[in-house]
Design a protein around this ligand. Structure first.
Ligand SMILES: Nc1ncnc2c1ncn2[C@@H]1O[C@H](COP(=O)(O)OP(=O)(O)OP(=O)(O)O)[C@@H](O)[C@H]1O
Ligand SMILES: [Mg+2]
Length: 250
């Protein structure tokens, strides 16, 4: 098992953000997480990379508890993980090329020219050209998102966590990003979690699809089953109905 989440609970200021989450992900598997705004998707991803410490339960990656690692183990773990932030997460003080090879620079001290060419290639694979010298602020939201994706895949990560990777992208680009993700997983057999609100992306990428609701992972099933099930939460989510167990307002 690549990722193993067991009885995970996260509370912040006595507010339960994640409630007893259990989830295992195999090598090469893509899990898609859906769920309404505020249901805990981002916090789950952030807890998986160790940005938040669970109050109880555990996250194991390659059989190691990520909250119980030595400094070297932690560095080693992080270099195998790519993270696409919901908001682009680029460093304003670096240009786009420097952003994209940020992790590479740290782990593979190659020449400046090599790094620049690598950045250009990665950006191209995410559909961006002639932006390497620009600052993040000079890019549109969708372009920043793609630069963030280029950065996340720079290290060929064994684990890729993507928070709404196609938000704000037009349908053609969304599809191109989905193809890019398929290409990565075929090439390096990464285990991937994709958070999205886009059902088309979910069906295209997910081997399994999970639905988060109110801090719970209320169900997770094979994509084929997700499309057919009469589970009332899932059918409401599939059709975008106002009627059903998922309230529009809390
Ligand atoms: N840093 C934080 N401190 C305290 N509470 C937080 C923090 N970040 C998020 N929350 C709360 O945790 C809950 C889950 O938030 P989260 O960001 O995971 O939602 P989400 O499912 O990613 O939503 P969206 O689809 O809008 O991105 C929300 O109630 C939110 O208010
Ligand atoms: Mg979120």
């Amino acid at each position: 098992m690549i990722i193993e989440i067991k009885d995970l609970n996260l509370d912040i200021n006595n507010f339960q953000i994640l409630k007893n989450i259990n989830l295992c992900i195999e090598k090469g598997e893509t899990i898609v997480l859906l769920g309404k705004n505020g249901s805990g998707k981002t916090m789950l991803l952030k807890t998986i990379i160790g940005l938040y410490k669970p109050n109880s339960g555990s996250v194991k990656i390659f059989d190691k508890d990520i909250n119980n690692l030595s400094k070297t183990e932690q560095t080693d773990m992080l270099r195998q993980m790519g993270y696409v932030f919901q908001k682009s997460g680029l460093f304003d003080s670096l240009n786009i090329a420097e952003n994209v090879v940020f992790a590479l620079r740290r782990f593979q001290p190659e020449t400046k020219e090599w790094l620049l060419q690598k950045a250009i290639d990665l950006l191209k694979s995410a559909g961006l050209e002639n932006v390497e010298k620009k600052s993040p602020a000079e890019l549109s939201g969708g372009m920043q998102k793609r630069a963030g994706i280029a950065r996340a895949i720079a290290m060929d990560p064994a684990i890729l966590l993507m928070d709404d990777p196609t938000a704000g992208l037009d349908p053609v680009l969304s599809d191109a990003i989905a193809e890019l993700i398929v290409g990565i997983r075929e090439r390096i057999k990464s285990s991937i979690i994709v958070v999205t609100h886009d059902l088309k992306i979910a069906y295209k990428l997910g081997h399994r699809i999970g639905l988060m609701h109110d801090g719970n992972l209320i169900s997770i099933m094979q994509t084929g089953e997700f499309l057919k099930t009469d589970n009332e939460y899932i059918s409401q989510f599939r059709s975008g109905n106002l009627e059903g167990p998922i309230p529009v307002l809390d």
